[in-house]
Design a protein around this ligand. Structure first.
Ligand SMILES: Nc1nc2c(ncn2[C@@H]2O[C@H](COP(=O)(O)OP(=O)(O)OP(=O)(O)O)[C@@H](O)[C@H]2O)c(=O)[nH]1
Ligand SMILES: [Mg+2]
Length: 410
């Protein structure tokens, strides 16, 4: 039988009482804590959504919607489709180069005013034949036709007309003689066949070579197709960057190396690239140099030689760029450059800013090198192919204020 010691019974009884008291105290503490706590915002994980307070569900929704990709069907239609009708488009800014190329008349204005005024004064009024021809000679010299060429022209006119001193007749004979000289210097442009046309641009510092390369790149790109430009002025600081800006504007590819590298190597790379890519033309921009510096002239020869080795016949054209303001020094430049590299043409830049456009006639008479293009401003469109007849007409007629002469007229 179970027999418990009295002590044991007392201990068990105390333990039960203490346990009961402790349990009661625990319940009391829990109850008081729950009363003090604010209602929980976060639902218990297992709590069904429907049981959650409304603001908690909204928070959850927001959070989930952001990262979720919208289903394909809900992708909003393109903006154009849902956007309200667009406002009428603003007129596009006019590209700087989009001017119509009719400015040779403007370009020739200074020369014409100077020249025609003197011619008129020489041939009108009752003058002796000697005085008339003296006046003509002075007018030609003042327009920078040069002393030799001016004398020759006047002699030719006089020999033709004798003592006929009618102003119109003299004027027409003078025009015809100038046109004859310009025509005599004409040569057909080179035909490179299936190869790219390689044109090398040479000249003294600051005459307008790089600008002319850019203008020609734009023209050749429009007329022939793709053009490659060789940045062979590796001498002057920022020359490559200057050309790059132009090429970007034109949309022509430019071949370059670092400043100080061999310009012949750059030209070689450009020609090779043009052949490989079947480009239609290569334009080589060279550094400005004084015609009297022998070593720099040798450098030009080397460029021509290296290019010719890569593509026989190249450079097909070597054009001397002259600043129309230079006057008779242009003849010295043409002579010495021509001694180094055979010149096939002249580009007369800045004709717009001179009254001495008559140098065109001197170049043709003395050097028998054709003027290929004339520069009439700083924009890409400010380049005109030189047409002797048009030039003479503009020189004599546009100044009348009555007649115009084709696209040369202002
Ligand atoms: N008015 C006018 N300015 C021109 C014409 N062609 C070039 N210029 C200006 O002449 C300056 C010299 O032009 P560039 O093309 O840099 O001359 P460059 O021969 O390449 O000069 P270098 O490389 O330093 O020898 C620039 O300010 C051009 O804008 C033109 O036909 N008319
Ligand atoms: Mg340059």
């Amino acid at each position: 039988m179970l027999s418990l010691d009295i002590n044991t019974v007392i201990i068990i009884a105390i333990a039960l009482v203490v346990g009961g008291v402790l349990a009661f105290v625990g319940v009391l503490i829990q109850w008081s804590l729950r009363k003090a706590r604010p209602p929980a915002k976060e639902p218990a994980p297992e709590m069904p959504a429907a049981a959650q307070p409304p603001e908690v569900r909204a928070e959850e929704k927001l959070y989930e919607e952001v990262p979720e990709a919208a289903p394909a069907a809900e992708i909003p239609p393109p903006i154009e489709a849902v956007a309200p009708p667009p406002a009428p488009p603003e007129p596009a800014p006019k590209p700087r180069e989009a001017k119509p190329p009719v400015r040779i008349g403007v370009g020739l204005r200074k020369t014409r005013e100077n020249f025609l005024g003197r011619i008129k004064a020489a041939i009108t009024g009752s003058k002796k034949t000697d005085e008339i021809y003296e006046g003509l000679e002075e007018a030609l010299i003042a327009a920078d036709v040069g002393v030799d060429a001016s004398m020759k022209i006047v002699e030719a006119v006089r020999a033709k007309l004798g003592s006929d001193s009618r102003p119109d007749v003299i004027r027409d004979a003078l025009k015809a003689e100038i046109a004859r000289i310009l025509d005599a210097a004409y040569r057909a442009p080179a035909d490179p066949g299936d190869s790219p046309l390689v044109v090398m641009m040479v000249g003294v510092n600051g005459v307008g070579k790089t600008t002319t390369v850019a203008k020609l790149a734009a023209k050749f790109k429009a007329d022939l197709g793709s053009v490659i430009v060789a940045a062979a002025d590796t001498f002057r600081a920022a020359a490559i960057e200057q050309l790059q800006v132009w090429c970007d504007r034109v949309g022509a590819e430019m071949i370059k190396q670092s400043q100080g590298s061999d310009p012949a190597a750059v030209a070689f790379d450009a020609v090779r690239a043009a052949v490989a890519r079947k480009a239609r033309a290569v334009l080589i921009d060279t550094a400005g140099r004084l015609q009297t510096k022998v070593n720099l002239m040798e450098e030009l020869k080397k460029i021509a030689r290296v290019v010719g080795r890569e593509l026989p016949g190249a450079p097909h054209e070597t054009w001397l760029v002259l600043d129309a303001n230079t006057g008779q020094n242009a003849l010295s430049q043409a002579k010495l450059f021509g001694d180094s590299v055979p010149l096939t043409g002249v580009v007369l830049a800045k004709l717009d800013s001179t009254a001495k456009g008559g140098v065109v006639i001197a170049i043709a008479e003395r050097l028998k090198v054709p003027v290929r293009f004339v520069g009439l401003g700083e924009g890409l469109g400010d380049l005109r192919e030189f047409d002797p007849r048009e030039f003479v007409e503009a020189l004599f007629e546009a100044g009348d204020g009555e007649k115009t002469s084709g696209s040369y007229a202002a």
